[in-house]
Design a protein. Structure first.
Ligand SMILES: [Ca+2]
Ligand SMILES: [Ca+2]
Ligand SMILES: [Ca+2]
Length: 489
């Protein structure tokens, strides 16, 4: 009898809890539960274990590739396969995307890959007096706007730059009326949209349009805007090694030289008609020459592939990460005209048998330099971020964080006083035996174990400093965003 009463009470409580949960805001419970699990999952290096914490900030994203904080409240995130720009406002992921890109090609590493945002208030005055004419024919985009008309922005509006792989239909050939097998090519493109903050997007304006073939790997895609409004776009080799930009010896002095628009960092000025900044490193050399003209848009070449670029907030220097084939992932300071060495060199030159700089295709105005840091066994390096705030640790500000896709690790490096490279003596230690880096290449298990935090099981695609000075980490397979903040306050 007593057992029967207990059982009845248990059943009653179960039903009561079930009904209560049905009417409860489930997202609160699920966030709480997930954040507890995740907090346990991420292991921070002992040096910082008592001073910083890692929490789940958002989840429910589909294969996110890039994120940008546009102001104190709004975070935009790209979904590679869905083609959505998702909008997180005050920490809440909105169900409707800001835009859904149509005609996306998503095979392998293609898709919606890069986002950069320019605050209109920050731009040069000349920006608005220019009347742009576009030399490209721009296909119509289906812009499905958010139905929310609340003013999301604290300022007057933004320009959004989106990098994605697009199926470009050939309007001249009307040989397929069924639509089953339309005649299209695949392009990697950057479009500019203007967002007024009330849900109204205008555009798009095509500002970069280059072939995505052969591919489908090594499309690069990360973008950054510098203080002058100049846009940097990184491109991989599209899995084709066939010209000077990959240091293939059919260089510009040979009759078969055709600039391939791959393995490069493109530097363009969206505020002028030509998009071509006159201080680009190959401008003088190439812009009057029809065959070489394309080179004048490049800032750097010899890049196999990259999932990360950032600008040093102290010097304004560009840095990148680069992915090796079977050996050597890299972190580089990218000075104007930098030739990173692919396909002849990955990692330090001295680790590439008898290869020398004379084996590379050195365009006029170019220079080779070794990576600032490299991993002999590739980690699948992804994003690079200069932490632009002292709020999570006074020693961390303006130093470098990078992520990877192979392990789900977050790495941390201190810059030297010239900000021209890594200071290995100031960098953290491997967790178990407390040894650090011996030199600028991680080629044993101790050096490879120098990790700031590990356990990002969804693997890392983007890292950003938030408006309040915290560090945010975007993870790919599980669609999450983690927030790294100070234990204090
Ligand atoms: Ca290199
Ligand atoms: Ca070493
Ligand atoms: Ca980033």
């Amino acid at each position: 009898m007593k057992r029967y009463v207990i059982l009845s009470i248990a059943i009653f409580i179960t039903i009561f809890v079930f009904i209560t949960l049905k009417f409860f805001d489930y997202s609160i419970i699920s966030n709480y539960v997930i954040s507890q699990v995740s907090y346990r999952q991420i292991e921070v290096n002992p040096v910082y274990r008592s001073s910083i914490k890692v929490e789940l900030y958002s989840d429910g994203l589909s294969y996110p590739t890039s994120m940008v904080f546009v102001d104190n409240r709004i975070l935009l995130v790209l979904e590679k396969e869905e083609g959505n720009i998702r909008l997180i406002s005050d920490g809440l992921l909105r169900p409707e995307p800001l835009i859904k890109i149509q005609n996306l090609s998503t095979e392998a590493e293609r898709g919606l890959l890069g986002l950069a945002v320019l605050n209109k208030n920050d731009t040069k005055n000349s920006y608005y007096s220019n009347n742009h004419s576009n030399i490209h024919s721009v296909p119509e985009q289906d812009i499905s706007e958010s139905d929310n008309n609340e003013n999301l922005f604290e300022s007057s509006g933004y320009r959004l730059y989106l990098y994605f792989t697009e199926r470009a239909y050939d309007t001249k050939s009307n040989n397929d009326s069924t639509g089953d097998d339309p005649d299209y090519t695949v392009r990697n493109r950057v479009y500019e949209y203007t967002w007024d903050g009330t849900g109204n997007l205008s555009g798009p304006r095509l500002i970069m349009d280059i072939s995505a073939e052969p591919g489908p790997y090594h499309n690069g895609g990360k973008m950054k805007i510098d203080k002058d409004g100049i846009l940097y776009v990184v491109m991989g080799d599209l899995t084709a090694v066939n010209n000077a930009l990959q240091n293939y010896p059919g260089g510009p002095n040979h009759s078969n030289f055709i600039p391939s628009n791959s393995s490069v960092i493109v530097r363009i000025d969206p505020s002028i008609n030509s998009y071509l900044p006159k201080d680009n490193p190959f401008y003088e050399y190439s812009h009057y020459n029809n065959e070489l003209h394309q080179l004048s848009f490049y800032y750097s070449y010899g890049i196999r592939n990259s999932f990360g670029i950032d600008i040093d907030p102290v010097t304004g220097n560009l840095w990148d990460t680069e992915n090796g084939e079977d050996i050597y992932d890299e972190i580089n300071l990218v000075e104007p005209g930098f030739n990173s060495g692919w396909y002849k060199v990955m990692g330090p030159l001295q680790s590439n048998n008898d290869t020398t700089v004379s084996d590379l295709v050195m365009l006029k105005g170019s220079h080779y330099s070794d990576p600032e840091f490299s991993w002999k066994t590739p980690i699948g390096i992804t994003d690079i971020e200069f932490l632009k705030s002292p709020n999570i640790g006074a020693d961390l500000v303006n130093n470098v964080f990078v992520g990877d896709i192979n392990n789900g690790n977050l790495y941390y490096f201190v810059l030297n006083s010239y900000r021209s490279g890594i200071d290995i003596n100031s960098t953290i230690k491997e967790e178990s035996n407390r040894k650090g880096l011996e030199d600028l290449a991680a080629d044993d298990s101790i050096e490879s174990g120098v990790i700031f935090a590990k356990g990002f099981d969804g693997r890392i695609t983007d890292i950003e400093t938030g408006p309040e000075g915290n560090l945010y980490v975007l993870t790919y397979f599980d669609g999450r965003i983690y927030k790294i903040s100070s234990m204090v306050g």
